[in-house]
Design a protein around this ligand. Sequence first.
Ligand SMILES: C[S@@+](CC[C@H](N)C(=O)[O-])C[C@H]1O[C@@H](n2cnc3c(N)ncnc32)[C@H](O)[C@@H]1O
Length: 233
Amino acid sequence: MNVPLPGEAHRAKAVRAMFDRVAPSYDLLNRVMTFRIDQVWRRRLLSDLAPRDGEALLDLCAGTMDVAALARRRAPGLRIVAADFSMEMLRRGVEKTALPASQADAMALPFLDARFDLATVTFGMRNLDAYEVGLAELARVLRPGGRLGVLEFFRPESSGSRFVHGAYNRLALPVFGRILSPDPEAYRYLVASMERFASRPEFEAAARRTGFRDVRGTTLFPGVCGLVTAVKA
Ligand SMILES: C[S@@+](CC[C@H](N)C(=O)[O-])C[C@H]1O[C@@H](n2cnc3c(N)ncnc32)[C@H](O)[C@@H]1O
């Protein structure tokens, strides 16, 4: 079955079903496909956001809750809520961390306005039907002055980074996907969703339009991974 890309019909349902299917092998795949650098990127995100004990953190598109686990290690008194629309991803996250989780759609969050001091989204925004709607929801649930951190495989812009990105996507990813994943289709989706997503500057502009200030972007791995931090205006 082909998993629809942004703008294609019945997308959210198919994306959720795909994450439910890949949940059992998700952590292993992540580590192998990124040579464990994924955890270095998550730590970098948290070190930029600097969560403090007593603050409330929303980890959105939390998946198997790697960010939530690292955040708790950094600040054991942090009040963490992990949210995702895939029950199977969350189930694994809760088994791993014993932290609270909420099944929720990033496009219509079931949280009160200004409920959180911090929000993180790692490798989740790319999957939304309309990432600007997701950004606006994040702006709504963050208090003024609240901090947002997004890690993502933004669409590369320069020809050098497009080359690195293309080589990795076409040579390495399909091999890992075939060997390790029960669902090779998920890896077709992964590659295509990266190629269709916003570039980092486009995403930063969208964050400014949806209620964020002090928007800052950094390339963590050229052609592959970028970090955007912002403050709710
Ligand atoms: C690539 S995984 C990332 C998981 C985790 N944040 C990480 O760093 O490994 C993307 C996650 O986004 C979730 N997701 C995609 N669209 C969503 C939506 N509309 N609402 C909530 N979660 C969504 C998926 O279920 C999946 O768990």
